[in-house]
Structure formats: structure tokens, C-alpha cells
Write a protein that binds this ligand. Structure first.
Ligand code: KE4
Length: 427
């Protein structure tokens, strides 16, 4: 029995499923989750000292590689000053200023402690600002686990949303309308009927929670136009895409200006941080300036702020890394497609900046939830376990995105492709 297996057994005594976040449990890929003890650059090391090339990066934050020294040093320096005061600190302003400099659509922002808090608060703000209750989201997009966002489509687009988790009141879920990602006509039809009741659209501008699906041409602009027409708030959930697909996020990459943006992951440099921000006119409705309540004991805590500031400072000093990340993602995905083809395995892929996805399917492209869920998840699970044996750590689900880091070398990527060539032959 490996050390990870021993630790997993022990973890399950007092932690539900042995994990503090469900996807970590390996339930969709089989086998026992790996327990890691150290990360360095492109690598993770497990409790048996096995080394893995890591394409998860703690689900996005480690874009500069694990234990990136400038971030580590910033956190160490902050530690010696104390862990937090529950009062304003200068570093909160410095990080807010840096985010607003990088993402000019954000005129003001509020720090929170997770992406879930960021989207939950942004939704409440949009509702409070517009006085409307309904929200629009897209099937396959994940925005954290707040009640209004754990909702799937009802029987038809306009029918009331239904909870996709026990514990979410139907009376709340009915205010969430879930539409098909990349189907701008359906959005237009929905708004034509009840647009004046819709507070906001929240969208992942690149969908990273049903694998990695890019916005169709015109989709994001269409959402912008529709929100303008009906005075609804357009929220870009850039928790994953922010500072990853481009320094300025998807909004910079695609040239669309949302009204509000939610952030997480990279903004915390690996420590717990989320944020929501956007137009000053809207943000001024947030307490204590305005009536929409939102709060948090550890919001803006100095450790996380120093980590995030060091991360964003490093990224903004190296804008060329985004072209490099895109090239790495392209080389990897095209290499995987080539060796899959040679092995007779149906595979297609996507990538944008430091995000990529591989789909076990004979479909030439995957653009929405129904196409993503028709892929061969069993084959992915076998591929996953094979790659783990080869020392390659991918996200443990067919519906997650791959994350490329600056620290991942050309040699690492070639090793990954070679490993995949071997594993594809066994599928
Ligand atoms: P957190 O509450 O997990 O910090 O952020 C929620 C969230 C919001 N918006 C987007 C676009 C996200 O991708 C996430 C969280 N991402 C997942 C990865 N698919 C986190 C991994 C997990 O749940 O353990």
C-alpha cells in the first residue's frame, strides 16, 4: 500500500470522502488520490517521493510554477509582521490598484476569500443594483457552490431552474435560468421574453469547467449587446481565465468589457483570495458605501495580499509569457493529437494561453455541454491512470481544464507526449 493510500484511508475517518473538495477524490478517474507533500517549479512530489509533471497547478494559481520564489519571499516577509489584523492594510490598496491597472474594466473591487464568494457577491450586487431577481448562467459553467449557481436547466430554457444539489431551495433555484453555452440565439430569445426581469448574465468567457471550451465567434459580444439592450449586468467569471489566457484575462483577449468581473486563483498567488469588481457606478452599491451587504473576516488578509501582489507584479513584468504559454499549450495538444491518431484513438483538443483541454471523441470540435458530455469519459479515466503511472499529473476529471505553467519546459512537454504515446496504445 502506498503512503498516499494509507493517508487516504486515515483522511476518510474525519473528512467527508477524505478530501476538502470533491474533485480531489478521484471518483471519476478511479484509484486513490495522490497525497502531495511538495511542489517545485513544474513538479509535484508525493508522499512516496514520486515526482510528477504537474498540469493542475493547484487548479490554476501556479502559473509561474510551484514555490515561485518572489511569492514565497513576499509571504515570508509578511509572516514576520503578523498573520492579520481584521483592519485595513496598505497592501490591500496596492493589490487593488494593480488589478485595476491590469484590468481597466475594473474601476473598484472588493477582496474576498474564494471564487465562490466572489461570484456569490457579484450576483447579489447585480440583483441589488438592478432590483431584479432572475439571473442567467450557462450549462457546464461552474461558478462555485453558492445556492443560486448550483442550478441546472429546467425542462425548457424558460422554465424555472431546478437545483442540481440537495439543499438548494426550489424557490431560489427558479430564479436561475440555465442556457446553452455558445447559443446566442437562445439568449436573445430568452431576453426578448423576460429580459426586464433579468439582473445579470454570468459567464465563463472561456468555459473551463466542462473541460476547456472556447467562446464561439460573436458569442461574448452578443452577450454584451443583449445586456446593454436590457440594462442587465454582464459578469465575466474570470476566476480561472483571469491573468491566465492573457495578462488582462479573457476580457483583454476577446476585447469585451464586462460590467463586473470575478477573480480568484492567480490573484492570490496560491493563497486563498477571490475578488469581484467592475464599474464604479455598480460597485458603489456595496456596503459600506451602499446598501448591498457583503463582508468577510479574512478578506484582504495581508499574507494573501502580499502573495497576490508579488504574483501579479511578476506577471505584469513578463507580458511575453502569455505568448510562451500559448505556444506550450499548442505544442502539447497538437503532440497529443498526433500520437493519439497514430494509436487509433479518437482525440480532439483545445487551448488558449495557459489553458488546454483534451476530449476523447471523434467530434471535430466540442463547443457546448452536450458535446462535452458525449465524450468517452471511461477512456479518459484509463488514460488518466496510465499517465499517472508515467509520472504525469493531470486534472482528475474529464470535465476539467489543463493548466500550463511557465516552469513547464519543452523537455517536460516532450516527456508528456512520449508518455501519452505509450498509454494510448493500452486504451
Ligand atoms: P473557488 O470557490 O473554488 O475558489 O472558486 C470557484 C470557481 C468559480 N469560478 C470558476 C470559473 C471556477 O473554475 C471556480 C473553481 N474551479 C474549480 C476547478 N474546476 C476548483 C477546483 C475545486 O472545486 O476543487
Amino acid at each position: 500500500m502506498s503512503r498516499s493510500e494509507q493517508l487516504f484511508a486515515a483522511a476518510q475517518v474525519h473528512i467527508p470522502g477524505g478530501v476538502n473538495s470533491p474533485v480531489r477524490a478521484f471518483q471519476s478517474v478511479g484509484g486513490s488520490p495522490i497525497f502531495f507533500k511538495r511542489g517545485e517549479g513544474a513538479y509535484l512530489y508525493d508522499e512516496d517521493d514520486q515526482r510528477y509533471i504537474d498540469y493542475v497547478g493547484s487548479w490554476g494559481p501556479m502559473i509561474l510554477g510551484h514555490a515561485y520564489q518572489p511569492v514565497i519571499e513576499a509571504v515570508k516577509a509578511s509572516l514576520d509582521m503578523g498573520l492579520g489584523f481584521g483592519a485595513p492594510t496598505e497592501v490591500e490598496t496596492l493589490l487593488a490598484d494593480k488589478v485595476c491597472e491590469i484590468m481597466p474594466s475594473i474601476e473598484m473591487l472588493r477582496m474576498v476569500n474564494s471564487g465562490t464568494e466572489a461570484t456569490m457577491s457579484a450576483i447579489r450586487l447585480a440583483r441589488g443594483y438592478t432590483g431584479r431577481d432572475k439571473i442567467v448562467k450557462f450549462e457546464g459553467c461552474y461558478h462555485g457552490h453558492s445556492d443560486s449557481l448550483l442550478v441546472k436547466a429546467g425542462s425548457g430554457a424558460l422554465t424555472l431552474g431546478v437545483p442540481n444539489s440537495p439543499g438548494v431551495p426550489a424557490s431560489l433555484a427558479e430564479h436561475t435560468i440555465t442556457l446553452d453555452y455558445n447559443n446566442i440565439d437562445l439568449v436573445a430569445e430568452t431576453f426578448a421574453k423576460i429580459g426586464n426581469q433579468i439582473a445579470c448574465i454570468i459567464v465563463e468567457p472561456v468555459a473551463g469547467n466542462m473541460n476547456c471550451i472556447l467562446p464561439a465567434a460573436g458569442f461574448l459580444q452578443g452577450l454584451r449587446d443583449i445586456c446593454d439592450q436590457y440594462d442587465s449586468v454582464l459578469i465575466f467569471d474570470e476566476v480561472m481565465t483571469g491573468f491566465r489566457v492573457a495578462l488582462g484575462g479573457a476580457q483583454a483577449e476577446f476585447g469585451i468589457k464586462p460590467d463586473l468581473t470575478t477573480l480568484g486563483k492567480i490573484i492570490g498567488g496560491g493563497l486563498p483570495v477571490g475578488a469581484f469588481g467592475g464599474k464604479k457606478e455598480i460597485m458603489q452599491h456595496i456596503a459600506p458605501l451602499g446598501p448591498v451587504y457583503q463582508a468577510g473576516t479574512l478578506s484582504g488578509n495581508p499574507l494573501s495580499m502580499h502573495a497576490g501582489l508579488a504574483m501579479l507584479t511578476a506577471l505584469s513584468e513578463k507580458p511575453e509569457i502569455y505568448q510562451q504559454l500559448g505556444a506550450k499549450s499548442k505544442f502539447l495538444t497538437q503532440g497529443l493529437e498526433a500520437v493519439a491518431y497514430a494509436a487509433g484513438v479518437d482525440l480532439t483538443s483545445t487551448f488558449i494561453g495557459g489553458m488546454f483541454g483534451i476530449f476523447f471523441t471523434d467530434q471535430t470540435s466540442v463547443t457546448c455541454f452536450s458535446q462535452a458530455t458525449s465524450c468517452d469519459t471511461e477512456r479518459f479515466a484509463r488514460f488518466y491512470r496510465g499517465m499517472l503511472q508515467e509520472g504525469i499529473y493531470l486534472a482528475p476529471s474529464a470535465y476539467e481544464t489543463g493548466f500550463m505553467s511557465v516552469a513547464t519546459s519543452q523537455t517536460n512537454i516532450e516527456e508528456t507526449i512520449t508518455a501519452a504515446a505509450k498509454v494510448f496504445k493500452t486504451l
